[in-house]
Design a protein around this ligand. Structure first.
Ligand code: NI
Length: 164
């Protein structure tokens, strides 16, 4: 396993629509292991492959509920409602910002460990936020895109950070 440097906003890889994964093979599993290690080291609650410079549709999420999730070719299949989230991103270090996310999220993707398609439901919690945040990453979207203005980006002081 290896910790890989995290790309920052301004890096073009973060703005690409990442490629679909065709095969879950050994090298993909190795990449997933590197993503876990990089995410936990950061530390963050989620990481998408483009954040380590790999333009593939692959995300990992661990919101601390003892249910870490790796998803290949993830997508949001349904979302509804709105809520305000105070969000951060490992690719935008030192800042946070308040944006609007969905209340209910239904995501799906391939679980690389079982080889099965899975659906994940989340409502009004960090998992719902992380699913939208990470799946945005594989579509070239950053949370700062949702800010009403650049001034809405708040520098972090010593407040606890949640980064994804
Ligand atoms: Ni992020």
């Amino acid at each position: 396993m290896a910790i890989i440097p995290i790309r920052r906003a301004g890096d073009p890889v973060l703005r690409e629509k990442a490629r679909r994964i065709r095969t879950v093979d050994k090298s993909l599993m190795k990449l997933i292991e590197d993503m876990w290690e990089t995410m936990y080291d950061a530390p963050g609650v989620g990481l998408a492959a483009p954040q380590i410079g790999i333009s593939l549709r692959l995300v990992v999420i661990d919101v601390g509920d003892d249910n870490p999730i790796a998803l290949v070719n993830p997508e949001i299949v349904k979302r509804s409602g709105q809520r305000q989230c105070d969000e951060g991103c490992l690719s935008v270090p030192g800042y946070r910002g308040e944006i609007t996310r969905s209340r209910k999220v239904l995501a799906q993707g391939l679980d690389p460990y079982t080889g099965k398609e899975v659906r994940i439901k989340a409502e009004d919690n960090l998992l719902a936020e992380a699913l939208e945040h990470e799946i945005d990453h594989v579509n070239g979207i950053l949370y700062i895109d949702y800010l009403p203005s650049p001034d809405a980006l708040v520098p972090l002081t010593d407040a606890p950070e949640v980064h994804a």
